[in-house]
Design a protein. Sequence first.
Length: 359
Amino acid sequence: MKWLLTIDHPAWVHQFHHIVHALDSRGHKGKVIAIDRSGVGELLQNYGIPYVRCATTTGKGFLQKTLLFIGLSAEHTWQGLRFRPDVFFGRASPMQAIAAWICRKPHLLYEDTEMSKFSLKICRRLSTKILTPRAFLTDLGSKQERVDTYKELFYLHPSVFTPSKDVLRNVGFAVDEPYIVVRFSAYHASHDVGMRELDESGKLAVVRRLEKYGRVYVSDEAGLAGALKPYALPTPYAIIHHVLAFARLMYSEGVTMASEAAMLGTHVVYVNTMVAGTTTELCERYALLSNFCHGADRYERGAEKAEELLQNPELESLGQAKRAKLLSEKVDINAYYMAEAERLAKAGRRVRNAGHGNS
């Protein structure tokens, strides 16, 4: 089997690297096409995955995004026509969906972001099969299959990942001191258009409130400057999940890192207006995530909740108990996804939804 994977975001590298190596070990031949932004190239290199760089940004603003979309769709199609894969797979990449449709090959994707409306609008028309979490809020029609899992379990399930304090000690990270991770977003994704980020003084106010309870490390997609620079998280991208696993708490604008922390049993305060079925379930069913999605004062209310949680001396052990419940109820998704990719590679575009059924 020949496969082609598109990577547009660092989280996608984490999500699919186990599948890439497993497919390679089975003798399948593949190619990765990547937009090298926010550490994507570094992560791929750390995982030992060769890739073709097709861009270094997804663009800012409507005009730049539109021009990039046209150019990247052409690039993906050209790569597909040259490589001639049996199956395209990945996330909801509209460029990949277009390429697969033109190449007349199946396109399998997993998506958990309801706000990716433009991408999903194209994918639901041109892709072959769309896997989503069971908690996904949007009905995508006959091509959708709901699976009782989370995308973060592609790379954070205990079958493929074990947090290690030694990994952090080896890079000089003070893992035995209590610490809190704060994540700010740059709001450059297509579903972020029109959103406003917290300014530097607002970010600093949050950090200073939380540092009463431990050292604060800040990861900011837009970069850190001024008074925030000393708080920069010093660890490389490749070991961020070890950092999240041993944090006392995470305060996050970013949905991906918020969900990752929750998968690892770390309580999260989530302060983003983007509502997702997965974050709602992590809040309402597992109580690992506190949602603050509405109102201009969500950052303030989120900081108050963070302080409330941090005052609990049993916070870490409570988080691990909640994680155990979550894992007992979710599917280990890697083998499931690979079996579906192999099935579609054999069936081609003729068969859309035969296979596992909802799980």
